[in-house]
Structures are given as C-alpha cells and as structure tokens.
Design a protein around this ligand. Sequence first.
Ligand code: HEC
Length: 114
Amino acid sequence: MTPGLIACKAPRPPEGSVREAATLFAAVCARCHGPTGHADVPESRAVGAKDLTREEVRRMSDAALAHQIRVGGGRMPGFGDVLGDREIAALVGYLRTLIPAFQGSKDTRRFSGK
Ligand code: HEC
C-alpha cells in the first residue's frame, strides 16, 4: 500500500464516516459530478466534470484522490479550505463505493441517500 497524505490518519474509514461522506458528497460534489458521481447533471457538462465511476478513477490511489479533493486539478477547484483531513479521507472512501468494481450496486444505492 502506498503511504499517502491521509494514510496515517484514516487508511480505511469506518462505515460511519462513509455515511457521513454521502452527505458531504451530496452537499459539495454532486453539484458538478451528479448525485451518483456519473456527471449526468447539466452543470457537469458546463464545467467539464468527470464521471467518477470510470476505470481511471478506480486506478487512482487514495493519496491522488485526496489531493484532487484538497487541492483540485484541471478545472476542479480545491476544497482544502472547507473540508478537513478526516472529511477528505471519508470522501475518498465514499468514492470507492460509487465504483461498481469495488462494491455491488446495492451498496451504491444504499449510500446515494435514498
Ligand atoms: C465546481 C465543480 C466541481 C465540484 C464542486 C467538484 N468537482 Fe471534481 N471535478 C470537476 C472537474 C471540472 C473535474 C475535471 C478536472 C480536469 O480538468 O481534469 C473534476 C475531477 C474530479 C476527479 C478526478 C477524476 C478524473 O477522472 O481524473 C475527482 C476524483 C473528483 N473530481 C472528485 C470530486 C469530489 C470528491 C468533489 C467534492 C468534494 C468534487 N470533485 C467537487 C469539477 C468539480
């Protein structure tokens, strides 16, 4: 496992954090990436936000995902000012649940706030 920026604090967020992250994702990320991360809302096209369930995202390390959230990248702004390390770690864990290869679709639905 690659030692990442967050590895020492929360290598594997407990389920509680993932649930909390679902709320954060809906509040902060869904605007651009859509409620399920598929980048299927009008704003997604407007800003060029990407589908977070793609293979490319699956292959990103936890540290790279945390960096993208904290600092931003490309046309995505960083959220390091508004999100703490623990929240960012929880969001990384949550992103994994959006990707079918990691979790069954049942879990994706469970975490999507329905
Ligand atoms: C203002 C719109 C906006 C918001 C809000 C936003 N993003 Fe993004 N996101 C983008 C854009 C645009 C990109 C593509 C960046 C680029 O040009 O490579 C992106 C890319 C990403 C990527 C990299 C995907 C890839 O394939 O390289 C991840 C991961 C990501 N966002 C996660 C998040 C998370 C988690 C949140 C909530 C904390 C969030 N984003 C909030 C616009 C946004």
